[in-house]
Write a protein that binds this ligand. Structure first.
Ligand code: HEM
Length: 447
């Protein structure tokens, strides 16, 4: 039990914090920065599945790797638990879903949900297939290459076309600008915000200049869409935003649209590409899995491919935690009581390695998800509750179509090389060498 801290209001509350590591704080912080994944693994192994930590950027926090507590966090009212601070809105702008809370967040989610569901998503499949075909056209047979790079280009182009509704000059310019911006933003997102105005040549100033260019490109896209006589038939998310109204009849402002499109890109591009990079890394090391996938891809079914995607997301989780912030005066988490201002970091990665839920968790085995469907609070690569990833179904469709298209047109050489190491790109974990494979074009691709 900890001593009672004093809250901002000056009122002391009783807190009961989970155990903490004996490591001196600076050393713990250093270990967290050096390898977040290993340090969380070590902490949960040595202190238990709920641990108090003090970490750079997020401050005082509780790490949660217990499925029951994770469920509690995800189902707690968003008035009690807000989004973790700081979050991506620090870099993307406060008008995006990441920066909204309470009623504002619910309102925005209501507007965001339709474009990312069922029928709307099916309309984007053609774009994913076209972009995959375009990318594969330049693949060289028999030469090892990192799949992560083409996957990054595919997921970027898919979002620019399906979400931004971009083509022509804007598509070209956004294609050039955004990877630089996302890479820099992803790195800076895990660093503290500078307290002094950033110098002219600092990375923060570079980030600001990327933003300026972005805003003018979005202006062009919005103007063009508004003038488009076919606006009512367009399926891109930008057009859906322009056509949607909130319940009170108001519409999204121009700056909210710019922030939200950027948020969708930042949240959906690198995450999906990294998971696909891991998918190639995994299946090239598991010949029996690859064989079943190839056989299935010749037809219309996708049961095994879906199970493989679920297993890649479990075994190589690219976003390691979903975070919340205690907004209420205090929060009872299981047997613990956390004070206002504490961060809660649900370790998605550790939940996926729980041997009680996933026997032999290190083993890569899609069969787990043929025999058993994923459980809402034990299979959580997309987080949970009211902030669960809005693009989960979109990402799933995209990964399914990319894998199907590649498997239909290429054979992938299997390898006995050890699995690639984990590499943190800031936000997402990728295979360290980029998911390297050797491919050969099929003599007779289907259809
Ligand atoms: C494999 C790919 C993806 C993974 C692993 C992933 C993972 C996540 C996770 C862990 C969260 C936080 C959830 C929470 O706090 O409980 C999240 C939020 C979010 N994701 Fe994804 N995501 C992926 C793809 C996408 C795509 C394709 C889009 C849209 C194009 C997207 C848009 C968002 C948005 C807007 C949020 C914020 C939701 C909110 O705060 O209400 N994501 N995602």
């Amino acid at each position: 039990m900890s001593e009672a801290p004093t809250l901002g209001s000056g009122v002391a509350v009783d807190t009961k914090l989970p155990p903490t590591s004996r490591l001196p704080r600076p050393l713990g912080a250093l270990a967290f920065v050096a390898s977040r994944r290993r340090s969380v693994e070590w902490l949960t192994r040595s202190c238990g599945r709920c641990v108090t930590v003090r970490v750079p950027v997020f401050g005082d926090a509780v790490l949660v790797a217990d499925p029951a507590l994770a469920k509690q966090v995800f189902t707690t009212s968003p008035d009690v638990l807000h989004n973790i601070q700081p979050n991506l809105s620090r870099l993307l702008g406060k008008g995006s879903v990441f920066g909204l809370e309470g009623a504002e967040h619910r309102r925005r989610r209501k507007l965001l949900t339709p474009p990312f569901h069922g029928k709307s998503i099916a309309a984007y499949e053609r774009i994913v297939e076209e972009e995959t075909m375009r990318e594969m056209a330049s693949w060289t047979e028999g030469v090892e290459f990192a799949t992560l790079e083409p996957m990054m280009r595919i997921t970027l182009n898919v979002i620019l076309r399906a979400v931004f509704g971009a083509d022509g000059a804007e598509l070209r310019q956004l294609r050039e600008l955004l990877p630089k911006w996302v890479t820099l933003g992803s790195r800076l997102s895990v660093l503290p915000t500078p307290t002094h105005p950033p110098g002219r040549w600092s990375p923060w100033a570079r980030l600001a200049s990327y933003r300026q260019t972005y805003e003018s490109l979005i202006d062009n896209l919005v103007t063009r869409a508004r003038q488009d006589p076919n606006l009512s038939e367009r399926t891109d998310v930008l057009s859906l935003f322009l056509r949607s109204t909130y319940d009170d009849g108001t519409v999204m402002t121009r700056s909210e649209i710019g922030d939200e499109l950027l948020a969708l890109l930042a949240a959906g591009h690198e995450t999906t590409a990294s998971t696909l990079g891991w998918a190639f890394e995994r299946i090239s090391r598991h010949p029996e899995v690859l064989e079943r996938l190839v056989a299935e891809a010749a037809g219309d079914g996708n049961t095994y491919r879906q199970a493989t995607i679920l297993e890649v997301q479990r075994n190589r989780t690219v976003i390691d935690f979903a975070g919340r912030h205690v907004a209420a005066p205090s929060y009872e988490l299981g047997e613990w009581r956390l004070p206002q201002g504490f961060s809660i970091m649900v370790s998605l990665l550790q939940l996926h390695r729980d041997p009680q839920v996933y026997p032999d968790p290190e083993r890569f085995d899609p069969q787990r998800f043929i025999d058993d469907k994923p459980s809402t609070y034990s299979w959580v690569p997309f987080g949970g509750g009211v902030r669960r990833c809005v693009g989960a179904a979109f990402a799933n469709m995209e990964m399914d179509v990319v894998l199907r298209t590649v498997l239909r047109h290429f054979t992938i050489r299997t390898t006995t090389a050890p699995g690639e190491k984990w590499h943190s790109r800031g936000v997402a974990f990728t295979p360290k060498k980029g998911g390297r494979v050797v491919v050969f074009r099929r003599a007779t691709p289907p259809g």
